[in-house]
Ligand binder design. Structure first.
Ligand SMILES: Nc1ncnc2c1ncn2[C@@H]1O[C@H](COP(=O)(O)OP(=O)(O)OP(=O)(O)O)[C@@H](O)[C@H]1O
Length: 277
């Protein structure tokens, strides 16, 4: 569904952010895009959405080259940016202006999502807090029914109950023909929602695996003594003990600790990659 090939891009001369970056994303998945500050997550999402253009290579979405920004491409992709501006108008007016750009927009679902988030639909957007505006934008994004839905740090600014509502809404919106990409630092917010993990680092995609494959090949556990277990691929200690990643012997069914996996991939990349190759 999304095919990025040999993407090279820099904001400033001689400082490439991406160098021959390749990535394929399929429909029917919720991808979690992880990376350090400044790794290029937002930039990559903007490249996919056709908001900025490659220096070399291309991003192709459903057969359309993003940079060409054809109407048939734009009506089937929606990006919820990390920072956004909403005009000072009522929610209903906002919908009547912007929904027509999306032929599959579902008004009933939009107002149902707003209700789920406790946002009164008669309110003016200028009278809303940042979190409330974000809920309007997320509801709008989901109601567009676009094949590709991209969200940059969507849970930033959401209160604790809204985070679980958000997970519920995304899970219910996913279908076999949709691809959802979420960039986040708040991996715990998206636990149980993300089914594939993509990590960007050092101008490249350094890890891309579905959660099932990760748990088939790796075990995540907490132990008191590192000496008691065999090969340790990565360990992080806390007062609760040593949180470790070990190769899975084939019998373990542990839950992925995304934070631990992220730190492991960034600090001990080669042995982890070898397990997946
Ligand atoms: N408009 C711009 N002009 C010049 N440089 C930019 C611009 N936007 C981003 N950058 C630079 O590109 C790099 C990647 O930025 P980007 O926002 O894509 O990273 P990120 O992974 O989303 O970071 P964060 O986790 O902090 O949100 C950073 O070094 C940033 O300073």
């Amino acid at each position: 569904m999304i095919n990025i090939q040999s993407l090279t891009f820099s904001y400033r001369k001689n400082k490439p952010l991406f160098q021959n970056l390749n990535l394929r994303l399929e429909a029917g998945h919720v991808y979690g895009l992880l990376g350090k500050n400044g790794a290029g997550k937002s930039t990559l999402l903007k490249q996919i959405a056709g908001l900025i253009f490659p220096d070399q290579g291309f991003c192709e979405v459903n057969g359309h080259i993003s940079a060409k920004r054809q109407p048939s491409f734009l009506q089937d992709i929606f990006l919820v940016p990390e920072e956004f501006y909403l005009p000072g108008i009522k929610v209903q007016t906002y919908v009547s202006i912007y929904a027509p750009f999306y032929p599959n927009f579902d008004h009933n679902t939009f107002f149902a999502y707003l209700k789920e988030f406790n946002i009164p639909d008669g309110q003016n957007l200028t009278e809303m807090s940042y979190g409330q505006k974000k809920k309007v934008l997320i509801s709008f994004a989901l109601a567009t029914n676009t094949k590709v839905l991209i969200m940059d740090e969507p849970t930033n600014g959401l209160d604790i109950p809204s985070k679980s509502q958000f997970r519920k809404l995304i899970a219910s919106a996913l279908s076999d023909d949709k691809c959802i990409i979420i960039s986040t630092h708040q991996v715990r917010d998206l636990d149980n929602l993300i089914d594939s993990i993509v990590i960007i680092d050092n101008h490249q995609i350094v890890f891309k695996e579905d959660v099932q494959t990760v748990t088939d090949k790796l075990s995540f556990k907490t132990v008191n003594r590192l000496e008691d277990i065999g090969t340790v691929l990565f360990a992080d200690s806390s007062i609760k003990g040593h949180h470790v990643i070990t190769p899975n012997n084939g019998y373990d069914h542990s839950k992925v600790d995304m934070e631990l996996l992220f730190n492991a991939v960034l600090t001990n990349q080669k042995p982890i990659q070898e397990i997946f190759n």
